[in-house]
Write a protein that binds this ligand. Structure first.
Ligand code: PHE
Length: 464
């Protein structure tokens, strides 16, 4: 029977660990702090909270419901619930997921390399962490090895299946992650000038808010909540009919936001304790933080710095697992291929697809200065991020909202949600979900997609 072969999470906790594991990742600990730092601190945080809870969470409810109702991967789910042509939306999601994993694994490789070099090597005795990072990401050998090993970890876990692989690993990694982050925060708050960091982080500066802030916050919300490419359709298809989808989506969203918020609480005090600027961009955790760890002395630095990058690896791993599971579920459902072989082949293909990204951070000039648009020269990896993460995810979320409201229909959505939530019908929750999916999300997300395209790709400033 197909449904037993597909696998199921053993209970609600299993689903929550896996889904929160998917959500919590580099997006929370690497990207969220630097986006917040570059876009007005607390002002960004407020806009982000709105995007996550109000715009994104109903889309998460929609995705989980589509998955659980169809008991299928994203392409299968769209096809079964909406007809053949809608399968294309699922397919776009799968391609976006593959492309996201291809670059995500490169950044995860940096984190893994930093963990090894700080704990067992001499990374903390470098003269300049800025040039170390620049050289590091341009170094082909190290990056190939660490990102390959990271992909192997991901593949081994996904090959283990839903319960024995995904659920079991995330149930260990997620609590470990929480323990490490809380431990690190307690220490970082004791450092001199820590409060300056907290002020920057928690007192909003609305003068930094521009049109761009909104699309950064929205695409960050989609990325961070793993929405718009079918990861939650896939995990939803392994979710039990007895459990409550709405409260589970709320918990996953809350967990994701909490970890992002905690990452900020950890990083800004550290950055300010060193008199550094929080606007450093993507290098924030790789350049600013090693300086902080170094100042803690050789032993504390290794312990603290090593733990931080281990945390980053754990967070990344629970996300790469979900990214790989999406195409794996597609191939195993639709083409009835065995899981282990599918995992191995896809992992190798995606690793190869990631090579141009890996080489585009200084190793190969043509890839590093790959294209020019929106007034900037971008690397191959920048292009992949812009297209498949910042653009494709909101587009996927937009289409999912439209699909559920006007094709699959909200009464079918409500029927599905009623399993495990018997008083959903007629509740305020139902009204909220329906209004958001049918009206507000399409309008807001649709508008922001247009702004993103104009500002990012055409360098046209919509808000003057
Ligand atoms: N949510 C993950 C993060 O924040 C990234 C991700 C995106 C994972 C899309 C799955 C799907 O790092």
């Amino acid at each position: 029977m197909a449904s037993t072969q597909r696998g199921k999470f053993s209970n609600r906790i299993g689903f929550l660990a896996a889904a929160a594991g998917s959500a919590v990742g580099l997006g929370n600990i690497w990207k969220f702090p630097y986006e917040t730092g570059a876009n007005g601190g607390a002002a960004f945080l407020i806009i982000y909270l709105f995007c996550a809870f109000v715009i994104a969470m109903p889309i998460m409810v929609a995705e989980i419901s589509m998955g659980r109702n169809s008991n299928l991967n994203p392409v299968g789910a769209f096809k079964k619930l909406g007809g053949k042509r809608w399968g294309l939306v699922g397919l776009i999601g799968i391609i976006a997921g593959i492309m996201i994993l291809s670059f995500y694994n490169v950044v995860a490789g940096w984190a893994f390399g930093y963990f090894v070099q700080i704990t067992f090597g001499d990374l903390l005795s470098q003269a300049s962490f800025g040039s170390y990072f620049e050289n590091y990401i341009a170094d082909v050998d190290d990056n190939l090895i660490y990102s390959f090993v990271f992909m192997v970890f991901t593949a081994v876990i996904v090959a283990g299946g839903v319960q024995k692989g995904i659920e079991r690993s995330t149930k260990i990694l997620m609590p470990a992650l929480v323990i490490i982050i809380v431990g690190l925060i307690i220490y970082s708050l004791t450092l001199p000038n820590a409060m300056k960091g907290i002020e920057f982080y928690l007192i909003p500066d609305f003068t930094k808010v521009t049109g761009g802030t909104f699309y950064k916050a929205l695409s960050q919300a989609f990325f961070s909540l793993s929405l718009g490419m079918g990861a939650l359709i896939t995990y939803g298809s392994y979710f039990s009919k007895k459990d409550n989808i709405v409260s589970s989506a709320a918990l996953v969203t809350a967990a994701d936001i909490t970890i992002a918020f905690l990452a900020g609480l950890l990083i800004f005090p550290l950055v300010f304790s060193q008199g550094l600027t929080p606007t450093a961009g993507p290098g924030l955790v790789f350049v600013a933080l090693p300086g902080v760890f170094e100042s803690m002395g050789p032993i504390m630095g290794k312990i603290f710095g090593g733990s931080f990058f281990l945390l980053l690896c754990f967070a990344a791993l629970t996300s790469t697992i979900s990214l790989l599971e999406v195409p794996v579920s597609y191939i195993t459902d639709e083409f009835k291929k065995p899981r282990k072989a599918t995992v191995a082949i896809l992992a190798i293909i995606i690793f190869i697809v990631g090579l141009p990204s890996l080489f585009s951070n200084g190793a190969v000039k043509e890839l590093t200065e790959f294209v020019h648009y929106g007034g900037e020269t971008k690397s191959f990896m920048d292009l992949v991020i812009d297209v498949f993460s910042d653009l494709a995810l909101p587009v996927g979320g937009f289409l999912t909202a439209i699909f559920v409201s006007y094709k699959w229909k909200t009464r079918n959505l409500a029927n599905e949600i009623e399993n495990g939530h018997s008083n959903f019908r007629g509740s305020i929750e139902e009204k909220f979900v329906n209004v958001m999916l049918g009206v507000i999300s399409p309008l807001v997300v649709g508008f922001i997609i247009i702004v993103t395209v104009l500002e990012k790709f055409f360098d046209y400033s919509v808000f003057g």
